[in-house]
Design a protein around this ligand. Sequence first.
Ligand code: NDP
Ligand code: MG
Length: 385
Amino acid sequence: MLGSTGSIGTQTLEIVRAEPDRYRISALGVASSVDAVLEQAVEFRPEVVAVAHRSCAEQLRGRLPAGTDLWVGADALAAAATCAETVVNAVVGFAGLPVTLATLQAGRRLALANKESLIAAGPVVQRAWATPGAELIPVDSEHCAIHQCLRADGVSGKVGPSDRVAEIVLTASGGPFRGRTRRELSDVTVQDALAHPTWSMGPKITIDSSTLMNKGLEVIEAHELFGIDLDRITVVIHPQSIVHSMVSYSDGATLAQLSLPDMRLCIGYALAFPDRTVRPYGAIDWSEPSLLEFHPPDHDAFRCLGLAYEAGRAAETAPAWLSAANEVAVDAFLAGALRWVDIAEVVEAVMQQWPGDLATDSEAVLDIDRRARVVARDLVDKRAG
Ligand code: NDP
Ligand code: MG
């Protein structure tokens, strides 16, 4: 369980706690939350605790339970990825890439929450995924839903021409600013943007949900996971977050997966596949009245969605360039150094400077990520100054 102290990490540990005969934690990995990971280690007794930030790790020395080793440094989480049959990658941001690659290259199952690694390094991850034994099951709720809708029609793996899939429909709650015009969004605060109406998540993805960048990244994620071109991926706003995504088939049928918003269902699905968890998460009480709405997204107020489609179409290192620019802009917004409306402005301006590099290998992706951050920081500083 890498990224064990975050929103997905702690929910994964709840599932493990609920089915102790089925799951055992062999490694925990964090950036710097030493007290929280120590508490988890005492409860779950893993063989390894991996801490990415060296300076924080020293506080753990000598405090871990007997039988638990401490691995430290930037590569520690990726090394820990080879300790288990299944790796839940719930690290946030581009930092999750080494874990994604190490898991797949070791021929293990990757339960992937860290969408940024797949988006930024699509072609590189695809090659690692081809390793014998490697499996990638999405944890992201929309992609978990699509996985289930495809599976219901016998589609496993990439969608092929004979599968009769017409379209993938990704649902989005619309976030806290749904229905607002571009003008009405000029002075929203960090607190406003963090108040997600239906999901409780970590800060980065919550801001991405408020800008619809999260949905844009998920469009690219769906393309990478299911091999379907971007023109056949549609986004609809569905404020209730009950329908988690849909697949339309050539005969006019649309299949959907419905449940209350609860990431434990998706995490449990990725852990148990092809089986299912025994206890329910997010089950709907169908005896209660309910209403489901669907609306087209407002591309003018939420420009990040269109920017992500453009980056996805440009392919190669364009999604990495976009995602890195977005991480910098979101960090700056959370730190109070950038206005919410300027997140899209910064990302768009950075995209105009994409140098067009090919995603030949992970070095090329790391390089493009680093360069995009420099360009984005420069633009953020100019706006702040
Ligand atoms: P959080 O911010 O809540 O948690 C992030 C976790 O990653 C923490 O354990 C953190 O450790 C660790 N971490 C952060 N930076 C590093 C690093 N450089 N090296 C190693 N570990 C690091 O994030 P979420 O749980 O919300 O999201 C995790 C991923 O899942 C993201 O990619 C997100 O997009 C995706 N996701 C999340 C959903 C949700 O409901 N939360 C839904 C769908 C996808 P520490 O505590 O030490 O900082
Ligand atoms: Mg999602």
